[in-house]
Design a protein around this ligand. Sequence first.
Ligand code: ADP
Ligand code: MG
Length: 278
Amino acid sequence: RYAMPRPAHRRVLTVANQKGGVGKTTSTVNLAAALALHGVRVLVVDLDPQGNASTALGVDHRAGTPSVYEALLGEISLLEAAVPSTASPDLLCVPATIDLAGAEIELVSMVAREQRLKQALSPDVLDQLDVDYVLIDCPPSLGLLTVNALVAAAEVLIPIQCEYYALEGLGQLLSNIDLVRSHLNTSLHVSTILLTMYDGRTKLADQVTSEVRQHFGGVVLRTVIPRSVKVSEAPGYSQTVLAYDPGSRGSMSYVDAAREIAARGAAMGADSAAGVET
Ligand code: ADP
Ligand code: MG
């Protein structure tokens, strides 16, 4: 087992796509596990009221559990909500409870409503958690929660499902990213695109793959995540696919994808991360 290179600087990636079911949560937890099992420390922030990332990481997210919701409201420090996952002691998770469903509305009237997550993820907090990576799992919308995630990160990772209409709606996400960059977070850029649920038996999957590569070039990871039953079964056991079936194609592809992400991070200097012009 080769260790992942540690990034020169801490990397905060927001995993976003306003379409549901494209593999945001699956990619967040499995990439995070792959990184953590290979020698770097990772924090996953579950920003979806469904709490699917918390479930997959074996982290309690019943109502009343200290969660990202209280941290967004400033009632607690994120430190109080971050707990070790069952996936690895080097993989921490800030869970989401159902309370977060109300946050989209409650945040509207708050001061600095777009900056709440950024404030919670202060350098001091991240130093104390001693993490190299932060991965933020977004809900399937472009509301205030996703805006908070885009303000808190330098990088956006967009999972794209190898399916019909894969690129539909992506323009809206990219223009939102542009808006956030212009007004709230100048360092924001799309650093990574990950093709998910690839089914090699269909011609369509290849068409989507080449279309996405043509459009986004080198930002698209070479590794493609195959459609695999093991990947979809794992969360039912509160596990990542890396724990559920380490030798499966799904598991190995997430390790490969994580390795690519880590290699890019090691290659990029302080603030010179390459990204696409959106
Ligand atoms: P999102 O977070 O974007 O809504 P999910 O990660 O929850 O998407 O994935 C949607 C569904 O597809 C889930 O049931 C998940 O288990 C399944 N899924 C995700 N990736 C794969 C894959 N590579 N192979 C098979 N099923 C997958
Ligand atoms: Mg999800």
